[in-house]
Design a protein. Structure first.
Length: 248
């Protein structure tokens, strides 16, 4: 039975699927959505222990929670995970494409395989998940929020494949928004420098360059996602940088 807090949330009765949500930003998004009343399914690839722990935290908020293993690079795996999430939750209202890969490499040193691997996770993966979830989201007049990156807006010299894959995800978000309107709204959140927990050492120089005077926190990203998940359905095709002004 759901507790009173979950029942009174803005997302009460909504069903959300969040990819790559066992840890870090995805976990924070999952817990924020659960706290706001949503039943939440998360996917993981190798972090099963973390995923189970996150699901326990979700369920402790009085909503349904489940963890599904999914390899975003395998279409069969994606289709199976989306189908299972929809079946167990009774449909889907919100999809958060959070799972992503990050690598540092000199542009001239990136191999074709490394390039393809980054795109398989960061661009092709969200496309496959959204495509698999399309019918469920259309029926529910649902929403998609893709997690992009400040690196998809501004070029980072030692992250060429990452930046390009995120820039492609930004364009994919706008294409989805136009193609799947009016039933589905699609938006994108682009985090800047986000520190995890209390870990700040080594990142002070980013905070010094940020107009807001600090680096971002996972909570900042989660709140931006909640805005698109709970705000006007009329808002679609938008890219929201969560960077404290670092990109200015």
């Amino acid at each position: 039975m759901k507790n009173e807090k979950a029942n009174s949330g803005r997302l009460s009765g909504k069903r959300a699927l969040i990819t790559g949500a066992a840890r870090r930003i995805g976990r924070e998004i999952a817990l924020a959505m659960a706290a706001d009343g949503a039943d939440v399914a998360i996917t993981y690839r190798s972090s099963e222990t973390d995923a189970r722990r996150t699901v326990e935290e979700i369920q402790a908020l009085g909503v349904q929670g489940l963890a599904l293993r999914c390899d975003l690079t395998e279409e069969v795996s994606v289709n199976a995970a989306v189908a299972q999430a929809a079946a167990q939750l009774g449909g889907l209202d919100v999809l958060i494409n959070n799972a992503g890969a990050f690598e540092t490499a000199a542009l001239e040193a990136i191999t074709a395989a490394e390039w393809d691997d980054i795109f398989a996770t960061n661009t092709r993966g969200p496309f496959l998940v959204a495509k698999a979830a399309h019918a469920h989201l259309k029926a529910a007049q649902g929403r998609i929020v893709n997690i992009g990156s400040l690196g998809g807006i501004h070029p980072w010299a030692t992250h060429g494949h990452y930046c390009t894959s995120k820039a492609a995800l930004h364009m994919l978000s706008q294409t989805m928004a136009k193609a799947w309107a009016p039933e589905i709204s699609v938006n994108c959140v682009a985090p800047g420098m986000i520190v995890m927990g209390e870990v700040t050492a080594g990142y002070e120089h980013f905070a010094e360059k940020t107009p807001m005077g600090r680096n971002g926190r996972v909570e900042d990203v989660a709140e931006a996602v909640l805005f698109f998940a709970t705000g006007p359905h009329f808002i679609t095709g938008q890219l929201l940088a969560v960077d404290g002004g670092l990109g200015l």
